[in-house]
Design a protein around this ligand. Structure first.
Ligand SMILES: NC(=O)c1ccc[n+]([C@@H]2O[C@H](COP(=O)([O-])OP(=O)(O)OC[C@H]3O[C@@H](n4cnc5c(N)ncnc54)[C@H](O)[C@@H]3O)[C@@H](O)[C@H]2O)c1
Length: 437
């Protein structure tokens, strides 16, 4: 049997060893999904605290079920290391490391590059390498392939290389790794074949595209689509503010149309590791071709300005209440970028806190999922959400609509609430003390 046939046989009978590099929001749920159907999973996680946790069967990612991870680790199906020594044991190597932006909004591929070098050093015949990190079109073929090929092994013959973007939506109970359709593009047809067989073992629907580059573009386009549409409703919110209209009422009514429209909601800005970052990967790549992606630039500008709008609206409310911003105590409700998650990367709430503090306000926060916040110069502990804390505050600014918070209780005891998420939608009493975004 040639290397491809051998690998396919191991994939089909689940004796293939699956390596997952980067055990974060993407990598750990993926590792669990593979181990659940009997694949032995070897994780590589540079953070020793995370690797230790995995080896003790302790979960730290909300989309993973504690008992599931514990059981799989106890059965010897998942193990994590901090180095790449075990790469030769792996038949498939799935890379899920961060792809952040630099301060100048250009791609920072250093994580992908470092991992590729480590994998290349340990590469052997008969391995499939799949990049799942979101990135610009061309990364797999132009950045990774030359490094892997420097091992002396030949792609499409000795080893196989694909891009298969991860689409996980953290916190989404309906769509998980297993039932979210997966897109795969190979650097050649042999790589694609192997990857289709691999992903098809655990994922309900796998869609092939003609190249790794096309798969890379699919993912950045999807996130650009979200960023642009969120920017559109954010812009509508700014306009409604000028017109004295309620943007939530307008959108609720607009989304009753059964075709040709899709719900997106305004808010204090966009956060997380995807929407604020990924479109700029595409923007950067397009510039290389002397092409300007106008929608991406505009959406980024509008979304990034939302925290300032929230700050300005908070100041207007405080003025109406007769409180000078510099004398105000403001309780920011929610630090996570998204409902029911602990993730505060790029969270607009952090920016709102920072901007309100610039006016001299005493800003505190509560988030049931984020006990402490050390981010962008903000160093705070979450305070308890009590009657006393609510009454002591001149203004409560709702920045994340966690479902476990009792918004009726918040409105009942707060002097005034600025609600940037329409979290108080179901609260009937005290509406005169609520200002919506
Ligand atoms: N979080 C999401 O919702 C989401 C969804 C789809 C795609 N993605 C993409 O997936 C990728 C990973 O995102 P994430 O949210 O899982 O990130 P994360 O920060 O949660 O996890 C990445 C992990 O990789 C580890 N790591 C970094 N460098 C490493 C190295 N050299 N060797 C081994 N481990 C290393 C980090 O310690 C971390 O635990 C990114 O490209 C992201 O854009 C994320």
């Amino acid at each position: 049997m040639n290397p491809k046939e051998q690998l396919l046989a191991r994939i089909r009978d689940h004796t293939a060893v699956v390596g997952v590099v980067g055990l974060g929001y993407v990598g750990l749920p993926f590792a669990v999904e593979k181990a659940k159907v009997g694949f032995r999973v070897l994780g590589v996680e540079q953070n020793p605290a995370r690797a230790d946790k995995v080896n003790r069967g302790e979960n730290y990612i909300s989309d993973v079920r504690d008992e599931e991870l514990r059981d799989l680790v106890a059965r010897g199906l998942i193990r994590a290391d901090t180095d790449f020594a075990h790469v030769p044991e792996m038949d498939v190597i799935v890379i899920c490391v961060p792809t952040p932006l630099t301060k100048n909004l250009t791609p920072d591929l250093s994580y992908v590059e470092r991992v590729t070098r480590e994998v290349a050093r340990n590469l052997r015949r008969g391995q499939l390498v799949s990049l799942e990190s979101t990135t610009y079109p061309g990364t797999t073929e132009e950045v990774m392939l030359p490094v892997l090929a420097s091992s002396g092994l030949k792609v499409e013959v000795d080893f196989f290389l694909v891009h298969s973007p991860e689409r996980v939506d953290p916190g989404n109970k309906r769509y998980t790794t297993k039932n979210t359709t997966k897109v795969v593009g190979g650097v050649g047809p042999e790589s694609l074949d192997v990857a289709l067989a691999f992903y098809g073992q655990t994922i309900e629907r796998v869609v092939p595209v003609s190249s790794a580059k096309a798969a890379e573009l699919v993912k950045v386009f999807e996130n650009t689509f979200r960023a642009v549409n969120i920017a559109l409703v954010n812009e509508l919110a700014l306009l409604c503010d000028r017109m004295g209209l309620n943007v939530w009422e307008v959108l609720d009514a607009a989304f009753t149309k059964p075709f040709g429209i899709m719900p997106f909601w305004p808010g204090p800005g966009v956060g997380g590791h995807c929407i604020p970052l990924d479109p700029h990967y595409l923007e950067w790549k397009a510039k290389e071709l002397n092409f300007n992606t106008h929608f991406i630039a505009l959406a980024g500008e509008i979304n990034r300005r939302m925290p300032e709008f929230v700050r300005d609206k908070a100041i207007r409310v405080l003025n109406r209440l007769g409180v000078a911003p510099s004398q105000a105590r403001i309780l920011v409700l929610g630090a996570a970028y998204k409902r029911d998650l602990a993730d505060h990367r790029e969270s607009p709430a952090v920016e709102v806190i920072r901007l309100l503090r610039e006016y001299g306000a005493d800003v505190v926060y509560h988030d049931p999922y984020v006990p402490t916040l050390h981010d962008e110069g903000v160093d705070l502990d979450s305070i308890p959400l009590t009657v006393d804390e609510l009454q002591k505050s001149d203004l409560v600014v709702i920045t994340t609509d966690h479902t476990s918070v009792d918004y009726g209780f918040v409105v009942a005891h707060a002097r005034h609430v600025l609600d940037t998420r329409n979290a108080t939608r179901g609260v009937a009493a005290g509406r005169d003390r609520i200002t919506l975004l």
